[in-house]
Ligand binder design. Structure first.
Ligand SMILES: Cc1cc2nc3c(=O)[nH]c(=O)nc-3n(C[C@H](O)[C@H](O)[C@H](O)COP(=O)(O)OP(=O)(O)OC[C@H]3O[C@@H](n4cnc5c(N)ncnc54)[C@H](O)[C@@H]3O)c2cc1C
Length: 410
């Protein structure tokens, strides 16, 4: 059997896996690194399919892992993108309450943002209109985040992979089937190659719970996939917001609500979305592709129990967000932000992503924060949900710090 040996074996070459490789190099921990991915090329899942928004850190409860890494992460990723002159739209973001009773949530967001080190300003309706003439705030107030920006996610992934390859990181693509032998610190690929490692990082996104289970880790968690469909304003549409426009989110569920996002292209294309609808498979991006009926049925049962128990105000998510894949409901959600948007202004975008949302069967709740669990000679990143892309460099440092006591790298 052919054997390759490394200090760090990273399963999953999304933004989290790539940034761990980058920080292992940057911090001088090791340069003996292999990244293995099941796909023939990188960026085919969340890291290449997201909105590309570099979040400024407004949403996250102070003390959470998200709050610890979002502000420094966004600064680092933005500087990285700017240094390489990759596309970046430094357009900021404005958050509005679609209904007057949601207005006090703006204060919560401003307080959280300031506690996390983000810059925020309150605006009145006039200031909002100066930036987006057609936008509406139900209460006359809005929250402005000047440091939110938008990048082209797939370009970031591809450039980072190229630089890591040039620095000696080995990439093994197209390996969906392998067996783990945790007791031997080996992964056996289907082609017979053995990968010996000192430490393994499981960064496999939508499959992270399944990979973790092979190491006896995270047995009371499973991943619920939520599909994010996008619509877009037609290029000739008279309404073209120049900044991100978001509704005040329901802070009980980890979805931000349908929003308007201008892309990082020279002539920005404005997307509307993403929705957050239970998916029929973890990688069921289109039609009947990668359907998992048994998993979907089990997940729907979990969601139905959540609905009945109304855990964490779950019914509000179902009523307001679960059916937004239906065009009339999506249009209505968009009109809450910009009433002048009409059906003839929008078209379905080709872009679609699936969020890997972790469910804790012990607490019967969706996990809201990043979760990183230790295993035998391994570390398992289980809930790398938004803003893991934004925060990826800082999150990688946090993961390495947590893993440090068990990192027996040579
Ligand atoms: C619709 C949508 C919009 C989002 N918008 C934003 C945003 O605007 N800003 C933001 O910060 N975040 C956003 N996010 C979240 C962000 O995209 C993710 O948090 C981030 O990309 C997670 O990166 P990852 O490396 O953990 O996962 P991924 O990018 O999914 O990478 C995992 C990799 O593991 C590989 N893999 C899986 N199983 C195996 C296996 N068994 N063996 C080998 N390889 C395997 C996959 O092929 C994949 O390449 C969004 C997510 C979605 C879905």
């Amino acid at each position: 059997m052919a054997v390759q040996t490394c200090d760090a074996l990273i399963v999953g070459g999304g933004m989290v896996g790539l940034c761990i490789a980058n920080q292992l190099l940057e911090r001088g921990i090791t340069s003996s690194i292999i990244v293995i991915d099941k796909e023939p090329d990188l960026g085919r899942h969340s890291s290449g399919r997201n909105s590309g928004v570099l979040h400024a850190g407004l949403y996250y409860k102070p003390g959470s892992l998200k709050s610890q890494v979002c502000v420094s992460g966004t600064r680092r990723l933005r500087a990285w993108v700017e240094d390489r002159q990759l596309p970046l739209n430094a357009c900021g973001k404005v958050i509005v309450p679609p209904r007057a009773e949601l207005d006090p949530q703006l204060d919560v967001l401003a307080e959280r943002g300031r506690a996390n080190g983000a810059v925020v300003e309150f605006w009145d309706a006039q200031q909002l209109k100066e930036l987006i003439p057609e936008a509406r705030t139900a209460s006359g107030r809005a929250l402005w985040s000047p440091n939110t920006a938008v990048v082209k996610a797939i370009t970031v992934v591809q450039r980072l992979q190229q630089e890591l390859s040039e620095r000696g990181v080995r990439f093994l693509h197209g390996h969906p089937h392998w067996k783990s032998r945790p007791e031997k610190q080996t992964l056996e690929l289907a082609n017979g190659t053995g990968l010996n490692y000192a430490h393994l990082f499981n960064c496999s996104g939508l499959q992270a719970d399944r990979v973790a289970r092979q190491f006896g880790v995270g047995l009371h968690y499973s991943l619920l996939p939520f599909k994010g469909l996008y619509w877009q304003l037609k290029p000739g549409c008279p309404i073209q917001p120049r900044t991100n426009l978001y509704p005040v989110p329901d802070l009980n569920v980890p979805f931000l609500g349908v929003h308007f996002t201008p892309s990082a292209d020279a002539t920005p294309l404005v997307s509307i979305g993403p929705t957050a609808t239970p998916a029929w498979g973890r990688e069921n991006y289109h039609g009947l592709q990668a359907l998992e009926p048994a998993m979907a049925a089990a997940n729907l049962a979990v969601l139905a129990r959540q609905y009945l128990a109304n855990q964490g105000g779950f019914r509000r998510y179902v009523h307001e967000q679960a059916f937004l894949a239906l065009p009339p409901l999506l249009l209505r959600a968009a009109q809450e932000l910009i009433p002048a948007v009409r059906a003839e202004h929008i078209e379905l975008s080709k872009k679609v992503g699936i969020r890997a949302q972790l469910f804790n069967h012990r607490t019967q709740r969706l996990e809201d924060d990043f979760l990183c669990l230790p295993g035998p000679s391994s570390t398992h990143v289980l809930n790398a949900i938004s803003p893991a892309f934004t925060a990826s460099f800082a999150l990688a440092d946090l993961i390495l710090d947590q893993a440090a006591p068990s990192l027996n790298l040579t």
